[in-house]
Design a protein around this ligand. Structure first.
Ligand SMILES: Nc1nc2c(c(=O)[nH]1)N[C@H]1C(S)=C(S)[C@@H](COP(=O)(O)O)O[C@H]1N2
Ligand SMILES: [Mo]
Length: 315
């Protein structure tokens, strides 16, 4: 079934609440601060991205997704600024077509692939995942995507491919945050080949049944639900199969704080704060923090990937 002829859980819950709330606020002229902080942001010209044809993924969490507004106005995307609302403000005019991804390294089908070549052969699924940032906040996001492994297999990785490295676009004219050395650009991330092939790991091309909003990582980004959010590299232009473990941006800037694995782990604190609890964005100002789950709640599916590893050392 496609998105045209069925109602998805979030269509009856959060998105329509979101629309109603916006209409209500517009009608009444009330500006609510604090609890609805995002609503009080000065509006920028925001066009809703086009709808996509999708199917529901049976494994989605049944937690209520965050509103469209939460997931598109509270973001980390340092290429567009370091404040949470900067990507919403500064990425609206970012043009992501045409878009090319360079595939290289230990595989038999390297080359430059257009966005369409990458996405067209795959069935797009609505996958609602918990999303946990290392800053101890979390959301529930209705991603649109497909298993990254299904894509990677098309490039025919060889037996030397032990890791997969990703890079974000480097273009300071289009990504103004790159004019300052906040990170060493381009943003880089990496996974072991087993992590990259795991069926929960998706290449995401949208949220809420629509194409990816720019501030969320258009046109395509990684989503690894059992890892801290920073592993989810946005606006990918390079995929490389490597024999050696690739360097990653946050590890390069603060290796004591950000390891290669970055599995969500309530028992291993960030050196500067506890990781035992998290604040659910949108739960309201006075909502208590909730306990963080090992592997963000996906342990049954992924713990075997780390059998025998000391997770205190391999953070
Ligand atoms: N290219 C790029 N990817 C990135 C980031 C970034 O600054 N640049 N921030 C990361 C961090 S820290 C998080 S928590 C998630 C945030 O994703 P979201 O805005 O969809 O919540 O994106 C990750 N991917
Ligand atoms: Mo993050």
């Amino acid at each position: 079934m496609t998105s045209k002829n069925r109602i998805r859980a979030w269509e009856i819950t959060s998105e329509s609440n979101y629309l109603n709330r916006r209409d209500f606020l517009r009608g009444s002229g009330i500006a609510l601060g604090g609890a609805l902080a995002a609503t009080a942001l000065p509006r920028v010209a925001e066009a809703r991205p086009p709808e996509l044809e999708t199917v529901a993924w049976p494994g989605s969490t049944d937690e209520a997704p965050n509103s469209w507004e939460d997931i598109t106005t509270y973001n980390n995307f340092y290429e567009f600024g370091t404040a949470k609302e900067d990507p919403y403000r500064n990425a609206q005019d970012f043009v992501t077509r045409p878009w090319t991804v360079r595939v290289s390294g230990e595989c038999d089908r390297p080359g430059d692939y257009a966005y369409e070549d990458i996405v067209k052969p795959h069935t797009l699924e609505d996958r609602v995942y918990r999303h946990r940032c290392v800053e101890a906040w979390s959301m529930v996001v209705p991603w649109v995507g497909f298993p990254l492994g299904d894509l990677l297999k098309r490039f025919e990785p060889n037996s030397n491919a032990k890791y997969v490295a990703f890079k974000t676009l480097y273009d300071p004219d289009r990504m103004p945050g790159q004019r300052r050395p906040v990170l060493r650009w381009p943003y880089r991330e990496g996974l072991t080949i087993e992590e990259a092939m795991h069926p929960l790991t998706i290449l995401s091309v949208g949220v809420y049944g629509r194409e990816m909003p720019n501030q969320k990582g258009a046109p395509m980004r990684l989503v690894v639900p059992w890892k801290y959010g920073f592993k989810g590299i946005k606006s990918i232009v390079e995929i490389e199969f490597t024999q050696r473990r690739p360097r990653t941006s946050w590890n390069m800037s603060a290796s004591r704080e950000y390891g290669f694995y970055s599995n969500v782990n309530p028992e291993v604190d960030h050196p500067r704060w506890s990781q035992a609890r998290e604040r659910r964005i949108g739960a309201g100002l006075f909502a208590p923090k909730q306990p963080t789950l090992m592997f963000n709640g996906y342990g049954e599916e992924v713990a075997h990937l780390y059998a025998g590893l000391d997770l205190r050392k391999n953070y």
